[in-house]
Ligand binder design. Sequence first.
Ligand SMILES: Cc1cc2nc3c(=O)[nH]c(=O)nc-3n(C[C@H](O)[C@H](O)[C@H](O)COP(=O)(O)O)c2cc1C
Length: 435
Amino acid sequence: MDSNSRLFAQNGDPAFPKIVLPDIPDLSRIEVYEANGGYSALKKALGMAPEAVTDEVKKSGLRGRGGAAFPTGLKWTFMPKGTEKPKYLAINADESEPGSFKDRQILEYNPHQLVEGILIASYAMGITSAYIYIRGEYYKWMMILQGAIDEAFSRGYIGDNIAGSNYSVNVYVHRGAGAYICGEESGLMESIEGKRGYPRVKPPFPAQNGLWGNPTTINNVETITNVPAIIWNGAEWFSKIGASKHPGTLLFGVSGHVKNPGVFELPSGTLLTEIIYNYAGGVIGDKKIKMVIPGGSSMPPIRGDQLDGVKMDADSLRTVGSAIGTGGVIVMDEDTDLTSVLLRVAKFYWHESCGQCTPCREGTGWIRKILQRICDGGGKTEDLDLLNRIANNIEGNTICALGDAAAWPIKFTIQRFRNELEEEILSKARAKSAA
Ligand SMILES: Cc1cc2nc3c(=O)[nH]c(=O)nc-3n(C[C@H](O)[C@H](O)[C@H](O)COP(=O)(O)O)c2cc1C
């Protein structure tokens, strides 16, 4: 890659690097990607020992962008070495959490950097088959991705002896059929195996017992798209961007009552208010904010009057009782009817519960019914305690984290907006009796 390369954050203001979504027109075409230095990081990685590649990712501090912010390099070290078994990489492009639409941008505008990241990750872990699990509704993005894979194959980056090395790897796209549960990593693997997407009991974890019983690493699209830049620029470069314990840029997908919704790539630790007001244009009609969900619909909400100083990285959000999730920021203005929001969210989790665990299967249905009754004017303020009890009985009592995802919006909205919810319940009940 020459020094004029615009890929891998060499472009623009170094204080605001664009690592995964650089401003380069037509980057999804391989000629453009290569002309800007694309696939050089792969060549560099192939000249390193696989362990050195993993070590670089570990030292960079990269953490997963799929929700749990788990350290990526550490996850890669869980893959067994010296095994006769085939090892697999599964890339999670299911992106079905309401409020999350950031991976789609990578698939549309920078698919080759994802492919390059997959090849580097596969080499680091001794993997010879990688699957990209993409949500069924993403047909357009599946076609773009498949086009990029075909191009990379035709240029010798995928297949046998890639880029002139003695390493061989294949990359396959697997389409989902529209189920949120298949974004959960073990549900995803069941689905790739052609089975119903029922999450598996853990342990054993995927690195021991993943796809077809073989060692498997699952990583999110955005996570892996960071890898070529880390290998090219080095771990130290990456570790100095943004929040020190959760470094790099994050894709913030902002939706709801904002003037300029969209996906913004910014350093981790950027102020939430800066994202809302400077990038997403502020609130429509310049109204006040009642509630913000910072990381996709399952994350605990923050009150509009408590946004000052909130930084968008995993550790900072934990200190204010929330979580970074997928960086999907949902903004709700002062006129938002919170019981209707909760009902909408509850319907989603009830519909998407796979039904395997009783607390989730039954609890999500009860929550939905109670919220429906409240919205129809038949609620009592004590219903909030009932909802809280049901949410507490789901949380932590299920095989996978869909249970927590269903419980948290209910539990934390009640905890943080009790007065507002009580007022809504009473006013809906009054409206019904006056009708
Ligand atoms: C119900 C549910 C849905 C999920 N959906 C996604 C998803 O669409 N994309 C994703 O990357 N991770 C999703 N996850 C998280 C994955 O299980 C997994 O932690 C992630 O893909 C790991 O990648 P990372 O370490 O790169 O973040 C979901 C988890 C749960 C419980």
